[in-house]
Design a protein around this ligand. Structure first.
Ligand code: SF4
Length: 273
């Protein structure tokens, strides 16, 4: 597959923007950093509905959808899909997601405890076209969120261990319902360091359960063999890929690559959600 073909697989849909910090992983939230970088005068904690709210069902002049069939739609990457402030808008999102059963909608959340109260009435065992990533950053949040995640009816599940800020053992929460575990360090000037030993141990946990594993990002401060490296933003994804420790990635429909800001095809940039 050529790079241009890979890029065409993905679409972004951010129905709202802004989010409230909820846990240690939010400390240097990517959304807040981006807003500051672009000089936004509105607080990142204020959640606002975006003009592109109805993007999945918008059509071109010829009547076809603007987001073509077959896309993996990265949903709500500048907020959290289960944010309380967005409760009034989510039902319309579910309707659009259902209408676009020809696309896969993928969102991450640090609010998995809210999912049961946020689902549409016809959810049943889950929509086939929805992939939900439960994000954890430390042992405490893993032990709180992953048992909840495990109990929920979701057709497609992934675990996002990011930003990884300490050693985390998720082995008891890994079973065949988990389609991927993706792990990464924290980016940003004030990022907390990530130790490669923690990454390798998470990989071991996944391999032992035969669950696909992805190392998607080193983070800005990366400890390897006792030495701390400062990794520039532009290299954090590339260096993780270069480590060559992904396991069974690509076997499922989980996106292997995504379009980044400079239009290159790179590993999935999971640093939020
Ligand atoms: S977008 Fe994610 S990391 Fe940022 S504040 Fe919301 S839940 Fe936390």
């Amino acid at each position: 597959m050529s790079d241009s073909e890979k890029i065409s697989v993905y679409a972004d849909w951010n129905p709202w923007h802004g989010c409230t910090k909820i846990s240690p992983g939010c400390k240097y939230c990517y959304v807040y950093r981006q807003d500051e970088m672009y000089g936004s005068t509105v607080s990142s904690s204020i959640c606002k509905k975006n003009q592109s709210f109805d993007l999945p069902v918008r059509r071109k002049r010829d009547g076809s959808y603007k987001i073509p069939s077959g896309k993996i739609v990265f949903t709500c990457f500048t907020s959290d899909f289960l944010l309380e402030d967005a409760d009034k808008w989510r039902a319309d999102c579910w309707k659009m997601i259902k209408e676009r059963s020809d696309c896969l909608f993928y969102f991450f959340t640090k609010r998995i405890h809210r999912l049961a109260d946020c689902l549409p009435a016809d959810w049943g065992n889950g929509y086939d076209n929805v992939l939900i990533g439960c994000t954890v950053e430390n042992q405490d949040r893993a032990d709180y969120r992953l048992p909840i995640f495990r109990s929920l009816p979701i057709k497609h599940k992934s675990i996002i261990v990011s930003p990884l800020i300490e050693h985390v053992d998720i082995s008891k929460y890994l079973d065949a319902t988990i389609e991927e575990v993706s792990v990464g360090g924290e980016s940003g000037v004030e990022a907390r360091p990530c130790n490669y030993d923690w990454i390798l141990d998470l990989r071991r946990q996944c391999v032992e359960k035969d669950i696909p594993f992805r190392f998607h990002q080193t983070g800005a401060y990366f400890i390897k063999d006792g030495k701390t490296y400062r990794v520039k933003r532009g290299y954090q994804l590339v260096q993780a890929k270069k480590a060559g420790i992904d396991y069974k990635i690509g076997e499922y429909f989980i996106p292997e690559t995504v379009k980044c800001e400079d239009n290159l095809t790179i590993s999935l940039p999971i640093s939020i959600g």
